[in-house]
Design a protein around this ligand. Structure first.
Ligand code: OGA
Ligand code: MN
Length: 287
């Protein structure tokens, strides 16, 4: 059997590695195992120069587990006929309607679909068209965020649960079927432990999900807000973050449990088209 072609190049930052030497349309079982291991170790993997159809993207994604259907677009439309698993992130407008979500503005820090009882364990984003400038995606390690918390703060949050809002997506748009509300106590969403144990690595991580309408169960809203602000500024500091500059053909796979991501805005006059899949969680987030 020929040697594995895979080369793993860590970013040297808190998280992330580039995987070289592999065409994702044809991976052997042992190569997939190395990729899976590298993904658990580095949390975010970047593969460059891929040439994938939607079917190839779905095929690669399915190796990680069953896929979730994509959330319905802000306009109420489902994205790709015949491929309900594909979520399009795009600012492109065709026939007067956006072909995808999130527009050209900033997408604020978040974890995908954490408003569900069982959020996806991974997301995969594949770049079809990228703008000449901006629109880059940043990732932060919630292992690092937890491990580097001051001891007093770590003890203070032990046992807390946090509501993850279901009203707004990261672009600030109201989700399909939701009504605008900015009351953290009464907004819809699901509660998850604020500190979770990763079901595969058994490492602990801070689970913040999204800031807007977040609420720590049992606290008065002003106390919850103050504590969340403290945790958020700690988690999103430079030392926890890595970002990549998109090229067409890049595929980025992230562990959606122990990372968050955000996107820079870009010029609305240029085109950005990304296709995403999301892999179902196999276990509810647990402390
Ligand atoms: C996503 C997402 C940001 C981006 O696909 O989940 O948040 O970089 N995308 O487009
Ligand atoms: Mn996202």
């Amino acid at each position: 059997m020929r040697a594995s072609r895979i080369e793993i190049i860590p970013t040297g930052k808190a998280l992330g590695a580039e995987i070289q030497g592999i065409d994702l349309r044809e991976i052997r079982a042992d190569e997939f195992e190395s990729i899976y291991r590298a993904w658990l170790d580095h949390q975010v993997l970047l593969f460059r120069e891929q040439q994938l159809t939607d079917e190839d993207l779905i095929g690669f994604s399915r190796r990680f587990g069953e896929l979730d259907w994509a959330p319905i677009q802000e306009t109420g439309r489902r994205f790709v006929d015949g491929y309900p698993e594909i979520y399009i992130v795009s600012n492109v407008i065709e026939n007067g309607e956006p072909i995808g979500s999130l527009g050209a503005g900033e997408a604020s820090w978040h974890t995908d679909m954490s408003y569900l009882e069982d959020p996806p364990k991974a997301s995969i984003l594949y770049a079809l068209e990228v703008p000449p400038e901006g629109g880059n995606t940043y990732f932060c390690s919630m292992y690092r965020a937890y491990d580097s918390l001051p001891g007093e703060l770590r003890r203070r949050i032990e046992g807390f649960t946090l509501k993850h809002d279901a009203t707004y997506n990261s672009g600030g748009y109201v989700r399909h079927g939701a009504a605008a509300i900015d009351d953290p106590l009464n907004s819809p969403g699901n509660y998850h432990p604020l500190v979770c144990t990763h079901p595969e690595t058994r490492r602990r991580f801070l689970y913040l999900g999204r800031r807007r309408n977040a609420y720590i169960s049992g606290l008065a809203v002003p106390e919850s807000e103050a504590l969340l602000d403290e945790l958020w500024s700690h988690a999103t500091q430079e030392a926890c973050v890595w970002h990549s500059v998109w090229q067409v053909g890049d595929l980025v796979l992230w562990d959606n449990r122990c990372t968050m991501h955000r996107r820079d805005p870009f010029d609305a006059g240029s085109r950005r088209v990304m296709h995403r899949t999301q892999i179902k969680g196999e276990a509810r987030p647990t402390a």
